[in-house]
Design a protein around this ligand. Structure first.
Ligand SMILES: Cc1cc2nc3c(=O)[nH]c(=O)nc-3n(C[C@H](O)[C@H](O)[C@H](O)COP(=O)(O)O)c2cc1C
Length: 469
């Protein structure tokens, strides 16, 4: 039963929470060794999570991407290897076994061509009846690039320039068919309405595209665009271009700061705050009591951060081999090697300057009496909601109503059933308080997210330099 939603404390109307279900694949938050964990590559696993997310009326299912197996000190890192099949076939197959759930796929803008990406996402949008979303990521590292024809050919500083041009070309292609292009009139013999398909002519720094597009405009006009990347340029790109930001900033205060920062950038592009949804990654641990949940959360963190993982994590930051150190002992007494960028390859590096990080960690570890493993458990923890179902529902709602986010992308530690307790216990509580839908009110992902349908001809390049000096 839905009650009439109460307004927010400051009188503004209550926001509706947006929720995505992340199927994690590689990531050492995924505990593949837990006996309850099942296959990360069987279709039945993808199907389980998608069907359950749809039954719970989630906005979308979400897949991340990595284009090369991660290596640590030249070896494939076991904790990160659970498989990650190609995104688009998985989402296409899920389109056939779901009806309303959005299907969001992460695809890199550095190693792909705009024509093929535009065609693949337009096809997914058609196949799914308007449920496709593209999470644009921009990794440009040479290690990943070595798997591609041109290797690590793109400079880090050019990653958003190329991404913006890709989106510009894709939008021109999606807009090159009018909504009513297909006439299919057997009497006149006219299949396509005259003039309904335009040729695209694009000459840019990264791409020249001249010709016609093969794929009719999908139900969403343009697939929903997500952005994941946290630098100032990344945020500007999101403000110029994206419908959703997948963010790292999950804690309440950090979330509020990030939220304001990104939403304040929108006006310069003539956009409203509602046109961009901010969805941080988060995890949830439930228990019958707060104490049960805290105990379970601590156990999960110890599963996620084994002794070798703790050492490997410190080695990435220190830039040194630290195998001689005991993970249950104190932090290394050697200084970091600041010139050694990273021993780990293929993983997004968020710590740019190790000096201050190491100093702060030493201080924290000393203050709390933490071992290496305790510290890594602490500093690598994602935002977590831990407690009874009621506490977690209260917390999630507070984050959204008080603008620390517009919702969350939930990352389970067990595949594929890790979110089942959330679907069963927390979703009904959010629905009861009027913060989350009890039924889908539309058919497309744009409908679920409350996003406008882009009109044909509205495409324009994301002018990153011009719009905000
Ligand atoms: C929350 C988040 C999720 C990301 N997910 C992926 C991913 O699944 N695959 C990938 O190749 N890069 C991913 N990235 C990396 C970004 O696309 C980008 O390459 C990186 O953050 C560097 O850009 P920046 O300097 O703007 O942060 C992610 C980044 C963030 C912040």
């Amino acid at each position: 039963m839905t009650t009439t939603p109460a307004p927010r404390p400051d009188g503004r109307p209550r926001k509706q929470i947006h929720l995505g279900a992340h199927f994690p694949g590689v990531n050492n938050t995924t505990v593949w060794s837990d006996p309850r964990s099942r296959s990360h590559i069987d279709f039945s696993s993808f199907e389980h999570l998608a069907r359950r997310a749809e039954a719970a009326r989630f906005d979308f299912f979400f897949l991340a991407e990595g284009l090369r197996l991660r290596e640590h000190k030249g070896l494939i890192h076991d904790l990160d290897v659970v498989g990650r099949p190609d995104t688009l076939p998985v989402l296409a197959a899920l389109a056939a076994v779901t009806d309303r759930l959005g299907l969001a796929g992460t695809i890199n803008t550095t190693f792909n061509e705009p024509y093929e990406l535009a065609r693949q996402f337009a096809t997914l949008d058609l196949l799914s009846g308007g449920r496709a979303a593209w999470n644009l990521v921009t990794s440009s590292d040479a290690f990943t690039g070595a798997n591609f024809r041109r290797g690590g050919f793109l400079d880090y500083s050019e990653r958003y320039e190329r991404a913006a041009e890709i989106v510009d070309v894709a939008r021109q292609l999606w807009d090159s068919w009018s909504d009513d292009a297909v006439d299919a009139d057997a009497e006149t013999g006219e299949f396509l309405r005259e003039g309904a398909v335009q040729r695209v002519d694009h000459d840019g720094k990264h791409f020249d595209v001249h010709g016609t597009f093969t794929t009719p405009r999908g139900p969403q006009g343009h697939p929903v665009l997500f952005q994941a990347g946290d630098s100032g340029e990344g945020r500007e790109f999101a403000a110029a271009t994206a419908d959703v930001v997948f963010s790292l900033h999950g804690s309440f205060e950090d979330g509020q700061v990030f939220y304001r920062d990104v939403k304040d950038r929108l006006a310069a592009y003539g956009r409203t705050e509602d046109s961009l949804k901010i969805l941080p990654a988060t995890t949830v641990v439930l228990g019958d009591t707060a104490e049960d949940a805290a105990e379970e959360a601590a156990l999960i963190r110890r599963q996620q951060v084994s002794g070798p993982t703790a050492i490997a994590y410190l080695e990435q930051v220190w830039g040194r081999d630290l195998t001689a150190y005991d993970p249950e002992g104190p932090l290394p007494d050697v200084e970091p090697d600041v010139d050694n960028a990273s021993l780990t390859r293929g993983k997004v590096r968020h710590v740019k300057d190790p000096g201050p990080v190491v100093a702060a960690w030493r201080e924290k570890a000393a203050a709390h009496g933490w071992s290496i493993r305790d510290l890594v458990i602490e500093v690598t923890g994602r935002n977590q909601f831990v407690g009874t179902a009621q506490q977690v529902a209260d917390d999630i709602d507070r984050y959204v109503q008080e603008d620390a986010s517009d919702g969350f992308i939930l990352v389970p530690h067990l595949t594929p059933e890790g979110l089942d307790p959330f679907f069963d216990q927390v979703v009904p509580l959010l629905q009861e308080r009027g913060s989350f839908r009890t039924e889908y009110t539309g058919t497309t992902l744009r409908d679920h997210l409350g996003l406008e349908l882009p009109g044909v001809g509205g495409s324009q390049a994301a002018d990153l330099e011009g719009a905000r000096a």
